[in-house]
Design a protein around this ligand. Sequence first.
Ligand code: KIV
Ligand code: ZN
Length: 511
Amino acid sequence: MSESTRIKIFDTTLRDGEQSPGASMNIEEKLRIAHELEKMNVDIIEAGFPIASIGDFEAVRKVAQTIKGPEIAGLCRSNFKDIDRAWEALQYAGERGRIHTFIATSDIHMERKLQMAPEQVLETAVAAVKHAVSYTPNVEFSCEDAVRTRLPFLARMVEAVITAGATTVNIPDTVGYAMPFEFFNIIKYLKDNVPNINNAVISVHCHNDLGLAVANSLAALQAGAGQVECTINGIGERAGNCSLEEVVMGLRTRRDIMPFTTGVNTEYIHGASRLLSTVTGIVVQPNKAIVGANAFAHEAGIHQHGVLMDAETYEIMTPESIGLNRNKLVLGKHSGRHAFIDRIKELGYDLPKEDIDKAFVRFKALADQKKEIFDEDIDAIIADEVIRVEERFKLVKINVTSGIAAPTAMVEMAIEGQIRQMTVIGAGPVDAAFKAIKELTGTGSELRQYIVGAITGGTDAQGECTVRLEENGREVLGQGSHEDIIVASAKAYINALNKMASVIERTSITI
Ligand code: KIV
Ligand code: ZN
């Protein structure tokens, strides 16, 4: 086989991923994810869209100031104001700061959205790239909706922005429309028809509307692309983006037929997936490739037998390669602090002592009630005690009576530091609790979805609740867990209200 080509992994979980409905993250959460990506050793972290809001700007600035190793990208439209604002946030990353500017190039986008002639779009793109280059040589240009762009125009655009100084040119499948052979041909066409193509890295950015984002990205690499844009768990607009774990593990597993490598430390994949799911409330489907709960579970007896004889009979990659430990012991009430700390490290959490202390107290309390503590229980504890820090609204006490007589909830909350209490009758105990919380907080969000489930099996399992709220077109997901499902529900609702408050605060300017 020929020598391997090193492919760059550009992670856009914090930008395109955050555009998933309900996935908004605050600065602290974005920093946690960025640290995970830093450990994973991705090449580029796209931290946000600085002009989109004060919150986005601050997040990009903080990531640029804090993260060492990966390059930090910030997105901007092809205008000077966006580019200036992006660099204002990115400058702290120095040479690792990357300006990522874009404009649409398909006829439908140019005519209907931009209402600009192709020549005008070309001139705007060139001017934007030149302006970006005045700040840094590290400039990426994206031809939005490239897949539906006329190829001769796409080639002219790519050539012009490379001449203007772009060092990476991205070819997005913005609407997830391409077929793998078609996308291969687009990249090949550019390789064959753009005279200066070797002066820039070709990047690809595929959406998953037809479930082909990973397949299209792999096809593009075979045609000569050098960078893949992707997100953890494949989160992103609509059906999401190319999934980082799938493309990276695909390349790693099939090195025998694809001569590509990445710099990703794959043992951090599972931890990153869990953390993102906890932070955003977006649950990973059990049969999701690589990181789904069933990805390494063998149900059929014949498969189990085969795996016991030789794991390679039914496993094309090891669970350890993505950071899962096959032979873990289940923790319980006799497990001490050391075992607990070892397990949280294995799960990919890197917590300071005070956070470990808080989580350990809750672990001990749960172990008194529940015989076996599984990894999912530990995730829920860390999410509740460390990650979902309740800023504005906090649950202090809740007492519910239910049954045939009027279900009643007494809820006590700390609201911006002030203790308030209320007792409300509802159609059921959850309804009563939610009414009390809504009344106490004086919030106007609409409840769009309420899901309850058990984190593990058994009647002593912790209940987990997810709440989706909507307010003025903004959506958030909140989660809560507890042995008592009504408490879990109240926590999820309050978590969602806290997220909504912070989203409203951060999105003071919209695009
Ligand atoms: O999907 C898309 O086209 C994008 C670009 C802004 C890169 O996200
Ligand atoms: Zn996108």
